[in-house]
Design a protein around this ligand. Sequence first.
Ligand code: HEM
Length: 506
Amino acid sequence: MDIIQPAWSNETYGFDIAPFLLVLLPFLLLCILCPIVLLRMSRLRLPRGPPAIPVHHSFCEVSKRYGPLIFLRFGSVPVLVASSPDTARQILQKHDQIFSWIPRTAVSSYLFGGKDILFSQPGPYHKLLRQLAFSQLSGNKRLQSFRPIISSEIRQLLCNVSHTSNNVFVREKLYESTFSIISAMVMGKSTKNINFHSAKGQSLVATLREVVDLVGAFNIGDSIPFLATLDLQGYEQKSKAVSQILEVIFAEVVNERRNDRENMDNKMEDEDFLDALITVSSNQRDVPITDSHLKGIFTDIFVGGIDISTLTIEWALAELLKHPNTLKKVQEELSSVVGSTRLVFDSDVENLPYLRAVVKEAMRLHPVTPLLLPHAAREQCRVYGYDIPSGTLVYINTWAIGRDPTVWENPLEFYPERFLESNVNFRGQHFELLPFGSGRRGCPGLALGISNVYLMLANLLHVFDWVTLGEIDLKEKFSVICTLADPLVAKVKLRVPRYLIEAKTK
Ligand code: HEM
């Protein structure tokens, strides 16, 4: 019997044409769809912007030319960048409901599937998690109960630094300390299994670093959808692998805690964030929280709590080492308020206005998330009379706002004094200073984050004199976060009696 070959079979063409069609068909579809979409968009009144992606210009340079609200495209994805306090206000306050949506990327889908805090869309689940993160980690009562842990970890940090006879690699030391604080707050006694220096701890640290790299990577498939299935850069594969490692690490901790609780007939008090989540997950029926939700939530808290706080302190310290007179002023303030017979306590911070001004100034010039996290337009809306299409990716350029000469006098100068007489704060109501974002997606860990930054920086400056190894280079390295390209290295000399940091260490 004759077999009828389909038109695209090997026999017809002498080679297997199916793979070609697989690539060709989406391409043809795009050729047909693109003009239709562009035609529809051309009827909209869009903000001005460059014709293509500004690969070698920063957004800041582009907005100098096109104004504080620019519109461009990453492949087929429309992008809006706000670079002034007022355009930021429009997005994060006036149209917060529309712009608090989060773009779904391949990496976030494979890592968390929208089950974490950062990549879940606004709704009851996202709200519940934000409330939990806020009340269980950053609320006043919780912060007070965690004070002994935080003080003990800071003392350990100071002791470690003081025993470093050679150069101090500041970022590494800070990372270790904030890791220990956050894991103690999140997992309490279970932390012993994930101690920073243990094999599991090191595996978690390495995996969290990969998460930051993956979330910050530019994945071609997100902008050119027909290339997505090819995973050209391998990010989808990597995300799946990273997700599995996180699942294993966190599942062990969660299961162990569940067993402990069952052994106590679930009559234990909620001691840490993990307890609180397990309690909520067993009571919640409307908004289920499964183990893979827990993995995502923990990852967000670890990354948010460790990396951003660490890098904020490193930037502040680098600016101070570059400006010895400012450093001297902070240390004089510390000596006069704290003296030399004790460490800095949390209660001292309100009496250290110059230190707080230094931190604000560092966050103005070096916001660790310079574009915040990408938001997305849930539906089409009008901003300043322009039509912003549904699905537009939205960035708030807090880096450019912090350096805008129409907003700040001598914006490139590190001058903490500008904040001494000013009521501008970073809590999300003053859109000229947004290191923690604002609105529905603003940082729920603000109180914990800023308290750790103040206390760690204050103690490092109070306990040590810092000696640089040469000219401090403030060159930046950008991804989703902005870091010092050359991590800070310095030498220290004790400026208080040694017994202050050696007493009561773990
Ligand atoms: C100096 C320290 C910190 C800074 C500067 C900071 C900054 C930020 C920023 C800019 C955002 C995004 C806001 C937006 O896109 O609109 C954010 C979100 C977030 N931060 Fe922080 N953060 C810090 C510390 C923390 C800490 C200690 C935690 C953990 C308790 C935390 C947990 C989170 C979470 C879970 C989100 C996602 C919120 C959401 O999408 O609803 N952060 N943070």
